[in-house]
Write a protein that binds this ligand. Structure first.
Ligand code: GLA
Length: 695
């Protein structure tokens, strides 16, 4: 029985872990445990009073969900303003509701018609829990929500935790920062309207951990807008984490009779980072991704952006498509430039009509050609944006976020459409629905290329709601288009990985993680991407990027891109026959190993930054097959004679592999305990080793 309830004590069990909290006699929700399994009957509620006038019990309590008010002075999870001006919440326990995999614990404010429900869900067979909160206004007058977290966490050890997050930027998404929190607070957030390229809406807190061992606690927020993750450690040595919608410039008017549901948080604890990733990969595929493609292998795609830029036309796309088909590509995606008066980034956004100069016969001719070559066709859109130089903006200058008294800031010559307006939503739905209805399109790359500014929205009574409502409007549009066009896959892109969070993955099938397609940089970016997100959602292009200071061979670039959802993005019309042969060979190989890469268990055996070489292993769930990728940009000091100890295999099973020209047959135990001798040497080192069960 995965959920135990006794005397207001609630114990949730996953495959290997346990999470417990209770409600005390004063109705405070109190965190009790997060970690290994104990006897659920052993949990009890310890209550204590104020120590002295400056050391209050509420400040010390490890609450499951702390509300603002009374003698609680640290960060809270919920702050509201009632119609009469009262700004404190005081909760009274009501009751709970338990189903097979779900628990809901309800509270009611003692004096106001606000109901707060803490919700939890278990996913059978995995170690990941889901939690969220609902707020219901059971009265008539509006209640203003000023801060609403999805979750509050208390970490078990009173020793300091180290936190992994990112300190990235465009082109450098996923560059990690690691900080130990000994006191005060750490904040990771976005204030840009999207989750962004900088910090990430998750926390990974650990002690003495590496890929295979140590205590790792993690949680990811399923939200693509302004978020905030704040961790603090107090004088009593307790580390708490709050996560949810950013309270920066946020408020939400909860009208009488309405219920607000926070974004969900997925969380767990594991031994080591490797198990964290493997758990999350399975969980996201099973319980987060849209069902349509979650268990289907993603096609090898070609994207035109780096080859033809804005200069797309029927002719050059057909030529590219022929080359892509010859390389074995399954899906041809035409990027920016096909619509409106789009010849560069100064015009056209918003006019989602085919440019007839570039495509005199519409898109049909190109799509039919692509289909005749045996590929599906996909297309790029950036629906949330408008160029001032567009028919849409000329007709509706008031459709953007703006203040009449402020100069609108354009970034990349574009402004953000006010997606909280029903007429804007209707226009976008009509245009995109028509595009997908009139053309045989199987793939949409949904882009978003600038953060918000001048965030006025006259249509809203409470414009501070726009940050949240915009994100919900994007989700809603995508969901409605998916319902009408279930055959279409959706990719989330925002100038690369600006919207690559788990909220996006509730609605999109995959992500464009970065505009940076340099294989050397990708070694780092892809590692961070796959910490909490499945490999199969990570689009990875082989392009012509490299340059004089970071030269990489085509084989090397394939090696790196094949560790995700392989795609091609170079200018194939300029490739020599030898290069085309390399493309064809690797695409063929990828199709064979794709089930392992996209659905297997990932083991990070060596790290490009720490170890100078990258070694990544994928093992199928039955442990019958495996593939190992090795890559190094170049080694120093002649020191890279390494023993590769593999992972994830069945110890007693015999495996065969070809290693450096030697046909070997070894037990899983040998490969994992003793390992393989490898010589990582020279620039551009790359190797792919396949492992099979011996007959
Ligand atoms: C963004 C995307 C790119 C490409 C361009 C097109 O930068 O991240 O992949 O689609 O827009 O303008």
């Amino acid at each position: 029985m995965p959920i135990f309830v006794k005397d207001r004590i609630f114990v949730l069990e996953t495959e290997h872990t346990q999470y417990a909290f209770g409600v005390d006699e004063n109705s405070y929700s109190r965190h009790l445990h997060w970690g290994a399994k104990c006897d659920p009957a052993d949990f009890f509620m310890q209550t204590f009073g104020d120590e002295n006038s400056n050391h209050t019990m509420l400040d010390e309590y490890r609450q499951e969900y702390t509300v603002f008010g009374s003698t609680m002075y640290r960060a809270c999870a919920l702050k509201v303003r009632f119609p009469d001006g009262c700004r404190e919440v005081e909760l009274q326990y009501l009751d709970y509701e338990k189903a097979e995999d779900t628990l809901k614990v309800r509270f009611q404010d003692r004096s106001y018609p606000l109901r707060v429900t803490l919700c939890y869900k278990i996913t059978a067979g995995l170690d990941i829990l889901t939690r969220w909160v609902t707020l219901e206004n059971t009265g008539d007058a509006p209640i203003l929500l000023e801060k609403v977290c999805s979750a509050e966490f208390s970490l078990p050890s009173q020793k300091p935790y180290t936190f992994r997050n990112t300190n990235g930027a465009w082109g450098g998404e996923g560059v990690e920062c690691v900080q130990t929190l000994t006191g005060g607070a750490l904040v990771f957030e976005s204030r840009r309207g999207i989750s962004g390229h900088n910090q990430s809406p998750y926390f990974i807190a650990y002690q003495n951990a590496d890929e295979f061992s140590g205590d790792v606690f993690f949680a990811a927020l399923a939200y693509s807008g302004n978020f905030k993750v704040s961790a603090s450690r107090d004088l009593y040595s307790f580390t708490r984490v709050h996560m949810g919608l950013n309270d920066f410039d946020f408020s939400y008017t909860l009208k009488g009779g309405e219920t607000f549901e926070t974004p969900k948080v997925f969380f767990g604890c594991t031994e080591g980072f490797g198990d964290m990733s493997r758990q999350m990969h399975k969980f996201v595929r099973r319980a987060v991704l849209p069902k349509a493609f979650a268990e289907k292998p993603l096609p090898v795609l070609y994207n035109s952006w780096e080859a033809t830029g804005f200069d797309v036309n029927s002719e050059n796309q057909m030529r590219l498509a022929e080359k892509a088909a010859a390389a074995g590509v399954e899906l041809f995606v035409m990027d920016d430039g096909w619509f409106g008066a789009r010849s560069d980034d100064r015009a056209g956004l918003g006019d989602w009509f085919v440019n007839r100069e570039k495509f005199p016969n519409g898109l049909r001719e190109l799509i039919e050609h692509v289909n005749a070559l045996g590929m599906d066709f996909g297309i790029w859109v950036e629906p949330e944006m408008v160029n001032a130089d567009s028919d849409l903006f000329r007709a509706h200058p008031d459709w953007t976020y703006h203040y009449n008294t402020r100069t609108p800031h354009e970034l990349r010559n574009q402004r953000v459409l006010n997606l909280t307006r029903p007429d804007v939503q209707a226009y976008l739905f009509e245009r995109l629905d028509a595009l997908l209805t009139e053309n045989n399109i199987r793939y949409v790359k949904w882009d978003m290329n600038r953060p918000f500014s001048e965030t006025g929205a006259e249509n809203l009574e409470n414009p501070q709601m726009l940050w949240y409502l915009h994100t919900m409007a994007v989700y809603d549009l995508v969901d409605r288009l998916r319902a009408r066009h279930p055959q279409v896959q959706f990719e989330s892109c925002a100038s690369g990985g600006g919207r690559s969070d788990l909220g996006a993955l509730l609605h999109f099938d995959e992500v464009w993680p970065s505009d940076n397609t340099d294989a050397i940089d990708r070694m780092t970016l892809q590692k961070t991407y796959t910490l909490l997100r499945p490999v199969k959602t990570m689009r990875a292009w082989v392009t012509d990027v490299g340059g004089p200071n970071k030269p990489t061979s085509l084989e090397f670039r394939f090696n790196i891109a094949m560790q995700g959802a392989l795609s091609l993005g170079g200018n194939l019309t300029k490739y020599s026959d030898a290069d085309m042969a390399i493309c064809k060979k690797n695409v063929e190989l990828y199709k064979e190993i794709r089930p392992l890469v996209q659905f297997g268990d990932l083991y990070r055996l060596a790290d490009a930054d720490e170890d100078e070489f990258l070694c990544t292993q994928y093992v199928d769930p039955e442990k019958k097959q495996s593939v190992v990728f090795l890559a190094a940009r170049g080694t120093r000091f002649y020191k890279k004679r390494v023993t590769l100890r593999l992972a994830g295999l069945e110890p007693t099973r015999r495996y065969r592999l070809d290693f450096d020209g030697n046909a070997l047959e070894k037990s899983g135990a040998y490969l994992m305990e003793v390992g393989l001798p490898a010589h990582i040497r020279g620039a551009d080192y790359n190797k792919i080793v396949r492992i099979f069960t011996a007959e």
